[in-house]
Ligand binder design. Sequence first.
Ligand code: PMP
Length: 436
Amino acid sequence: PPPSDRRRALLARRRATIGSRSPLFYETPLEFVRGSGVWLEEASGRRFLDAYNNVPHVGHCHPRVVEALGAQAATLNVHTRYLNERVLQYAEELLETFGGGLDRVFFTNSGSEANELALRLARQRTGATGVLVTDSSYHGNTITLAELTTGLTVAEPLGAHVRALHLPDLDRPGTDDGTDEDQALRDGLAAVDHAIASLQEAGHGVSALLFDPLFSSEGLPRLPAGYVEGLCRRVQAAGGLVISDEVQSGFGRCGTVMWGHQLFDITPDLVTLGKPMGNGHPMGGVVTREELLEDFGRRNMYFNTFAGNPVSSAVGLAVLHVMRDEDLMGRAKRVGAALREEFLRLAAESAVTGAVKGQGLYLGLSFVEPDDPARANAPAAKAVVEGMVASDVLISRIGPDDDVLKIRPPLAFDDEHADLLVARLAPVLRAAGQRG
Ligand code: PMP
């Protein structure tokens, strides 16, 4: 059948099973049959450059990851209550990438599970329930996390024990944040003090700050220097634990550091991991200090049937080894910096582009109204995302106003792919500029 008939049939089957509420990307949904490196391919042979997906971290279907998964699956896979060399090797090599006393790991199957467990540890440790998050954030799909979700539609109201912080984004149009960095810092930290006081007055106390050090769902804001340090210091001084959610920012994505929290002069108590950890195999984790883990373990028998099994560990190990052998963090730094320069050049030529955002291989470009650069322009961002898909390049959008391009490819993304992305983006931006 012609592709459009096939698409209609698949959409009908999807509606009849998964339902009509599970969102798909793009005006014309895509169906891929194969992936390799930074490429996704349709049955017709049409190939798309993947500048969006962070889960296939070292590249789609990386042969070494596939080989490790297959070999271990063909040998042994059991739950986690037996001794296993592979599991320990993975835990050791993963923990070697951390510092700051973070020397123990719980394995989970997803980022949501990791954040849920981290919040549980923080609650038990502190005896408090109050949680600080940021506006427009997302940390997962459990009921606890739904109650602190500010960046997606969820039916659960914000928990009485949750305070959401407005981020002082120096780039954000339509606010005063951009006027004066020192003032933005003072205002931002005053809001933190206020939130902490409010949690204490209400009797919740402060158990944790849960934040993504790249602030990705929040649209990659440009924060005043010292804001994150001041935020974490205040939370820890109030007796709370700092949870760095590295589902997006971890595993070298930022280019200069393996973990996003290392961008700042802070010492998180817990670091949560997910998405890229297993290159598509479901894996997550909580990394913490020995004393926190032991304290939790004295009062709880934590058991996770699947997490950290031999197959998952073989996969996780292969991801770490490919990252090391192909210097993917170095690549994220080099290719990301070059791409950033190109975005700055393109943005300077367009009346609808605002700020270039992000670092490493997590970049953004915001869109503004041509006659009012203080106003976000989501339709222009949407038109560019759709224009790029029509040009065989996959990207998306983020931010509170959905006005920021989300460019977050597998770290296998190299110079030639960056060149191709820029070559395709230039005419699409010109067309968006003409539409206004
Ligand atoms: N934290 C962050 C920052 C995320 O982006 C996500 C997923 N988008 C999660 C947690 C939840 O991870 P998962 O979907 O694996 O449960």
